[in-house]
Write a protein that binds this ligand. Sequence first.
Ligand SMILES: [Zn+2]
Length: 98
Amino acid sequence: MDTKEAQDMIRRIYLDRDRARGLERTLLRTFEELGELSDAILRGKSRNEMSDEIADVFAWVCSIANLLDIDLSGALCNKYNGVCSKCGRTPCECTEAP
Ligand SMILES: [Zn+2]
């Protein structure tokens, strides 16, 4: 599944609920999911648990993009287009700390 397919899938499953919840509360839920991902990583939980949490974060980001009517795949291509958005290189050669 590519990014566009993933965003479309999340739209089909959740758009009505996302609209009912609204952008601000959807954003708050995304922060909660980031917290759960952080917890899974920092507490050394299983790879499966980390995988579930990172999928949740991505799904919530898709929901935000859907509410904003932003094509996530297009946004990624516009911003990065195969290179670092700052230095324009692949791999990144930015001089600041990674
Ligand atoms: Zn760079």
